[in-house]
Design a protein around this ligand. Structure first.
Ligand code: FRU
Length: 324
């Protein structure tokens, strides 16, 4: 039956080894380990659009059952997505979008909404009067474009809020440009950053100029644990972060549904929310509990696996004895 056959899932990760990507990979590995007949292979393109295409071609050649892709860029990835679909392999896009409708399903939080939440936070807490620096994400990626777009949708309703924008390439923190703005602008109130890593770096720059407590930093991702956005909010480094869940375990569940011919929606929306000093503790407690459950599951899986190995060696021993 389909329940027993081996299922191979290929995941093409785009960006290297930042906390958010590591936690996405980990969530996928944990979810896959719950299904003993599932083989998950992860290739990491490490910020190289060309490598990502080769990685996906390898999955196509190996005839995996499903390919999950977090595109590095929205445009250059399109032909290989269409190639996978044409060869009959379902494609799940996660986190970043691609400029084609020729995929099976997409999963991720709404980045327009992420930007809007940040905009609403600035508008509400400044009462409509503020000077803002926005450090944007890369324009070749959908989160880079959409977070900024959502932020603008809200802020443009407030004539008293002035925004100065700095771009970033490949989501690297643009230190020189931000430093220039810090030096040239008087009275910056808020710094809205594409993600928590950039926000943390921007805060460090401001701090070195004695402005660490004066400016309010807002990031995106809201990971739990050391250096995650929630921790940074608790420490007062960030005023707020917008939760951007990785969707790793949900993507594996979707992959299995597709293999079992269940109908899945074309778009699977993960929820997002604002995290500030009011709810940071509650959020980290919740995530801690999930993390403990995850590691319990992993421990049990490892025990089962090592028992399996014992069993296999015993079996081999028996076979050997009988052969004598
Ligand atoms: C990590 C990251 C996250 C961001 C996501 C968007 O590589 O930059 O900070 O939320 O990718 O694709």
């Amino acid at each position: 039956s389909t329940e027993e056959r081996e299922i191979s899932i290929g995941f093409s990760q785009s960006v290297g080894n930042d906390l958010w990507r590591v936690s996405m990979n980990h969530a996928m590995e944990v979810e896959a380990s719950l299904h003993p007949h599932v083989n998950l292979t992860i290739y990491n393109a490490h910020h190289q659009a060309k490598k990502q295409i080769l990685d996906i071609e390898k999955f196509i050649d190996n005839k995996v059952d499903v390919i999950i892709i977090s595109p590095f860029e929205s445009d250059s990835i399109v032909p290989v997505i269409e190639k996978a679909k044409a060869s009959g392999i379902p494609v799940i896009l996660i986190d970043r979008k691609a400029s084609t409708t020729n995929y099976t399903t997409y999963i991720g939080a709404d980045n327009i909404e992420v930007g809007r939440l940040a905009g609403k936070y600035v508008a509400a807490s400044s009462k409509g009067n503020a000077t803002v620096v926005e450090i944007k994400g890369d324009h070749t990626t959908s989160p880079g474009v959409e977070r900024s777009e959502g932020f603008k949708q809200i802020i443009s309703k407030y004539p008293g809020i002035k925004v100065h924008t700095v771009g970033s390439v490949d989501s690297e923190y643009p230190k020189a440009e931000f430093t220039r703005l810090l030096d040239s602008l008087q009275n910056i109130d808020y710094v809205f950053c594409y993600n928590d890593v950039i926000a943390y770096n921007a805060w460090k720059t401001a701090k070195s100029k004695g402005l660490g407590n004066k400016l309010k930093f807002i990031g995106v991702d809201g990971l739990n644990g050391p250096f995650g956005g929630i921790q940074l909010v608790k420490e007062g480094v960030l005023s707020a972060t917008i939760l951007y869940p990785t969707g790793g375990s949900e993507a594996i569940k979707l992959a299995l549904k597709i293999v079992y011919n269940e109908i899945v929606p074309k778009k699977n929306k993960l929820s997002t929310t604002i995290i500030d000093s009011l709810n940071a503790d509650i959020m980290s407690n919740q995530f801690d509990r999930i993390a403990i459950q995850q590691s319990n599951i992993e421990e049990q899986q490892n025990i089962i696996k090592s028992k399996g190995k014992d069993y296999a060696t015993q079996n081999n021993l028996l076979k050997l004895l009988f052969a004598l």
